[in-house]
Design a protein around this ligand. Structure first.
Ligand code: SF4
Length: 428
């Protein structure tokens, strides 16, 4: 298997992959602020301060819900008209707000200044602000910045930008040492499952990015092998490569097939035979088969379309087609990063209709003509499509929920079953 530092993997001889149609036009996507919802749950001593507008504050609040019993670890520093008109010193205001947050929250060890469309439009330099605030609060908190604006991005790119901002701060892995680094936010329970499997394969040490707290930033260096747990982390992967890490090319760990292939890629880098992976994973695979069987009877033969939103579309389509027997009408995704996606493309049926980008009206016309049993799309399109009698699944739910690995394979399939069953109930 290929462990070349960030080169596209060689295609197996004669392996046909679907051709990709590219569309450009009006897009309907959510912005990267959504990533704060799962990132703040994962890094338990991090605070996310969005520098944005009231719209950003509303989006964040409705996406993350209002916490009543706990003080949230995210907030919005709202840019007022005076700031936008350049009449106030935004940096002074920002310093004051950060000092207030840190005084109230001694538990915070890492603070992210999160850029938005308004902060980008007025060209507020959050990088400089983060450096200044890091110096001012040295020894107390690390201040970093990233942009989650909705200008030309998709909602999962917020996580890529956040992890990318962490890479320069990762400690160096001592030379002559090696490690496996799993990159992408995973719920703790899933992380523990993967850790147990790698330990059983005698693959150690295994680190995770993002970490559970600011103190546990994983080391990186030429001895690091990177396994991506999410397909939308291209910039982070490239930054890790610049620090000497090698990317392992594998499908993503969704479903039995994806998880096995993903583990085997990690194992191969450690010289562990694929048969040993199958032996160690056998009990988990048997449980996953049982869980999937129940859901497969609802999904097999049903037709599904993906609209471009989360960048998870290709791996999920592969899982639904190969393990759940669904028929793929169209798989549209915002971007196809061939370096990360070739192992997935090789598993899709070559005749799959694969679209990169979006021209919203044309795409909706195709969807209305095809009328699939289920459409995976963003929140903004779900209700109008439901009103037209099309059943939908919110793509953002697939990022929030624990869906990676063997023990979650049945739950992942069930997320697609629910709207179909709801449809059956409505018919009664
Ligand atoms: S799209 Fe821009 S303005 Fe709207 S919520 Fe996201 S960052 Fe804020």
């Amino acid at each position: 298997m290929s462990v070349t530092p960030f080169a596209a993997p060689a295609q197996p001889q004669g392996c046909a992959v679907p051709s990709i149609e590219r569309e450009r036009g009006q897009r309907q996507v959510f912005c990267g602020l959504s990533g704060i919802v799962w990132l703040h749950r994962k890094i338990q001593d991090a605070f996310f301060l969005v520098v944005g507008s009231r719209t950003c504050a509303h989006l964040l609040q409705s996406a993350a819900g209002v916490m009543i019993f706990a003080e949230p670890r995210f907030a919005t520093a709202i840019l007022e008209d005076r700031d936008l008109a350049g009449m106030a010193d935004c940096n002074q205001e920002l310093d004051r707000v950060v000092a207030e947050v840190l005084e109230r929250r001694p538990d915070i060890k890492m603070l992210f200044l999160v850029g938005s469309c308004p902060s980008e439009v007025i060209k507020l330099d959050l990088g400089k602000a983060a450096e200044r605030l890091s110096r001012a609060h040295a020894g107390r908190v690390r201040v970093l910045d990233y942009s989650a604006s909705g200008l030309e991005t998709t909602f999962t790119q917020g996580e890529d930008a956040c992890l990318h901002a962490l890479v320069p701060h990762l400690p160096a892995l001592p030379s002559m040492e090696r490690s496996l680094l799993v990159v992408g936010t995973l719920p703790d329970i899933v992380e523990d499952q993967f850790k147990r499997l790698f330990n059983a394969l005698e693959i150690e040490p295994v680190h995770f990015l993002p970490p559970r707290n600011a103190e546990s930033l994983p080391p990186v260096g030429p001895g690091t092998s990177v396994l991506l747990a999410q397909p939308f982390l291209g910039e982070t992967a490239r930054a890790l490569h610049k620090r000497g890490a090698a990317l392992l090319h594998a499908p993503f760990p969704f479903g039995i097939e994806g998880t096995l292939a993903w583990l085997k890629a990690g194992a191969a880098a450690w010289g562990v035979a694929p048969e040993r992976v199958e032996e160690v994973a056998a009990p988990a695979v048997a449980r996953a088969r049982l869980g999937l069987e129940r859901q497969r009877e609802h999904l097999a033969g049903k037709r599904i379309s993906f609209l471009p939103d989360s960048q998870l579309e290709i791996p999920l389509a592969r899982f639904l087609q190969r393990e759940c027997g669904m028929e793929l009408v169209e798989v549209a995704t915002p971007f196809v990063d061939r370096q990360l996606m070739d192992a997935e493309l090789a598993l899709l049926a070559p005749e799959t209709r694969l679209t990169e980008g979006q021209d919203l009206e044309t795409q909706l016309d195709r969807l209305r003509a095809a009328r699939p049993d289920l459409t995976v799309c963003g929140l903004g399109l779900a209700n109008p499509l439901e009103a037209e009698g099309l059943r939908t699944k919110w793509s953002i739910e697939l990022v929030f929920s624990p869906v990676h690995g063997f023990d979650q394979a049945g739950d992942l399939a069930e997320l697609f079953v629910r709207p179909l069953l709801r449809n059956e109930l409505l018919k009664v």
